[in-house]
Design a protein around this ligand. Structure first.
Ligand code: TYM
Length: 331
């Protein structure tokens, strides 16, 4: 069975992009692979959350992993900071990660723009920690969305470099994975690029959003004054709404609005109402389980402890072998 590892940062509730790009595939993969899925709370420290928010966010993410269908009997589900061996591997990998290559990472350049007052070393070495997360369990596959592609490339670089420096075939080079399909990018509601919590929380539909909230957000989504000529290409903001329909609506519904766009009779208000109802239908079963799980602290505790024990066992073995390879040997 192939090893699979992936994680999501706890920065508030998970959104539809996290679900479609990652979580949904975690749920599918748990049946056929040896899976390790974690909540990346070390990574979330780059934005300096306060302790109460951090704990609440980790709990929300845990509840949402489970509500989406992750089965802790099948997959190992854990919290990143419960496995400090990850931090040791991160330190070791940092010795072979170069400033130039880290500065060139797109997500780092984006963060410099987004948070110019907080360009910390954790942001710079973010891909190294991510590589540590993945290779500590010697993963072969990593289910992620499109925005993580470059980070996976760096993970392969760091794994290959370690093997080369020490003359070993120790770490496999893991691949970003989406069942043989292109990695995906779910757009937001603000007419821009991807759905994102950190860029623009109003543009995101969260799995835990109540129906009324979903309706309001979608009715406020960016559109324009409508098509003027037959069969014109769709502007980005409109294409985004159609892309969201692809996720949650029936093919007939999409075909109907597509035809209406092409013959210039479309009313965006109607499209949004339909999209909102389909979105609510899509997220309803998850929302129901979120409500059930939120108050079940005994169960959540059990899940976290079981996951931690399994993840630590796997990570300790890797660290033991890596220390031996590097030359930290006992006397
Ligand atoms: P994060 O927390 O930003 O996102 C978690 C996962 O959700 C995917 N995603 C999307 N997919 C499609 N469309 C979107 N709009 C969208 N927004 C988010 C991301 O691609 C990701 O798969 N660095 C990671 C967390 C992480 C990790 C890891 C992932 C830490 N260590 C090791 C894999 C393996 C991150 O910040 O993702």
């Amino acid at each position: 069975m192939e090893r699979v590892v992936s994680g999501i940062r706890p920065t508030g509730n998970l959104h539809l992009g996290n679900y479609m790009g990652a979580l949904r595939n975690f749920v599918k993969m748990q049946h056929e692979h040896d899976c390790f899925f974690f909540i990346a709370d070390y990574h979330s420290l780059t934005t300096h959350p306060n302790p109460t928010d951090l704990h609440g966010n980790v709990k929300d993410a845990l509840v949402e992993y489970l509500a989406a269908g992750l089965d802790p009997e099948k997959a190992t589900l854990y919290i990143q900071s419960d496995v400090p061996e990850t931090a040791e591997l991160y330190l070791l990998l940092n010795m072979n990660a170069y400033l130039g290559e880290l500065e060139r990472v797109t997500s780092f350049k984006d963060k410099i723009r987004q948070q110019p007052d907080n360009i910390n070393a954790g942001l710079l070495t973010y891909p190294v920690l991510m590589a540590a997360d993945i290779i500590i369990h010697k993963a072969a596959k990593v289910p992620v969305g499109k925005d993580q592609e470059q980070h996976l490339e760096m993970t392969r670089t760091f794994a290959r470099r370690f093997n080369r420096i020490y003359g070993v075939e120790y770490f496999p080079e893991p691949e970003a994975f989406n069942f043989g399909q292109e990695l995906i990018r779910i757009p937001g509601l603000d007419g821009g690029g991807k759905m994102s919590k950190s860029d623009n929380p109003g543009s995101a539909i969260f799995l835990a959003d109540e129906p009324e909230v979903i309706r309001k957000k979608i009715m406020r989504a960016v559109t324009d004054e409508g098509p003027k000529t037959l069969n014109q290409p769709k502007p980005q903001a409109i294409q985004n709404l159609f892309d969201l329909m692809q996720v949650v609506s029936e093919p007939d519904t999409i075909a109907h609005f597509d035809a209406a766009f092409n013959n210039c009779t479309i009313r965006y208000g109607d499209l949004k109402k339909q999209l909102a109802e389909d979105m609510i239908r899509f997220t309803a079963p998850i929302l129901e389980r979120i409500r059930e799980l939120r108050s079940n602290d005994t169960y959540l505790r059990k899940v976290v402890h079981t996951g931690r024990d399994k993840a630590v066992t796997s990570a300790r073995q890797t660290i033991r072998e890596v220390r031996e390879i590097i030359g930290f040997r006992g006397f």
